[in-house]
Write a protein that binds this ligand. Structure first.
Ligand code: ADP
Ligand code: MG
Length: 271
């Protein structure tokens, strides 16, 4: 799988003999990028995520909710990090801040060395497109589109050429074990299969970081485990980093690192 990933990261119009299927920006960015050597994590130098004093308050008419109370932590490349905590502990708030979907009340978020907290909206849009693959609890597929068309969406957004898109989509669906479900619509797929499509879509533009908020929350325990296993395999084979929020303790033995969130603070971290 790794070799096909490397092919996918060449730009259209390059003179490489191999066929090219992604025209998006290089996922490891123009600064600090390293060549993608087999067996090495994707991206630049230093941690992919670095959080300092990260706090998020929600103001409600009645009171202020301190959802995150000043979190410091960094994520190294090529790891599967589980963020565990019961409902309300701040997992979604944390992932939204890392993914540039929300802004902190205090503190900083650095992604691949860049301070996200000072970026304007258009920079954030670009950052989200280049750096992150989002995986959702409810899969987030478009019901009227086939599996292949759903996976193709991010490739259309970066205006990949049609032949490149088809080839990349085929490769991605194969990677998640769905080459025989390409033309199925979401309602013709099981929950686990829908989440595999969601994972393929998240990987479409070769992001260095996968962010998954309770990706197994709507699946039975066996299917949930196979999805977590798939994410683990992709971390190993594709060199991506994954941060997975879960309240399911049964899955966390698959993680390289476990961060326990409790009431907006890190209560434990296997580091
Ligand atoms: P988790 O994902 O671990 O269940 P969340 O990050 O969703 O936790 O929520 C953390 C805390 O912040 C909870 O107490 C929740 O009620 C509160 N919260 C989350 N979003 C909002 C919001 N938009 N407005 C007010 N409070 C919120
Ligand atoms: Mg949540």
């Amino acid at each position: 799988m790794r070799s096909s990933r490397r092919k996918g990261r060449r730009r259209a119009g390059s003179s490489e003999a191999e066929f090219v299927y992604v025209v998006g920006p290089e996922p490891n960015g123009p600064s600090g990028a390293q060549p993608d050597k087999a067996g090495e994590p994707v991206g630049g130098i230093g941690p992919i995520v670095a959080l300092e004093g990260l706090a998020r308050d929600y103001e409600t008419p009645a009171h202020t909710v301190e959802a995150l109370k000043g979190i410091d932590f960094s994520v190294e490349r090529g790891q599967l990090v589980a963020v565990r905590g019961r409902s309300g502990s701040g997992k979604t708030t944390l992932l939204n801040l890392i993914g540039g979907l929300d802004r902190p009340t205090a503190g900083t978020v650095r992604i691949d060395g860049s301070d996200v907290t000072t970026m304007d909206e258009s920079d954030l849009v670009r950052l989200r497109r280049e750096k992150f693959g989002f995986i959702f609890q409810a899969f987030g597929l478009i019901p009227i589109l086939t599996a292949a068309e759903n996976v193709e969406i991010p490739l259309r957004m970066v205006r990949a050429a049609v032949n490149d898109r088809k080839q990349r989509v085929g490769m991605l669906l194969d990677m998640v074990g769905l080459s025989d479900r390409v033309e199925h619509r979401p309602h013709e797929l099981s929950g686990g299969e829908q989440q595999r499509v969601g994972i393929a879509r998240a990987l479409a533009n070769n992001p260095p970081l996968l962010l998954a908020d309770e990706p197994t929350g709507q699946l039975d325990s066996r299917t949930g485990r196979s999805i977590m296993n798939l994410i683990k395999q992709l971390v190993a084979s594709e060199g991506v980093t994954a941060i997975v929020a879960t309240h399911d303790s049964a899955l966390i033995d698959l993680a390289d690192r476990i961060v326990d969130l409790r009431d907006g603070e890190i209560a434990a971290d296997t580091g």
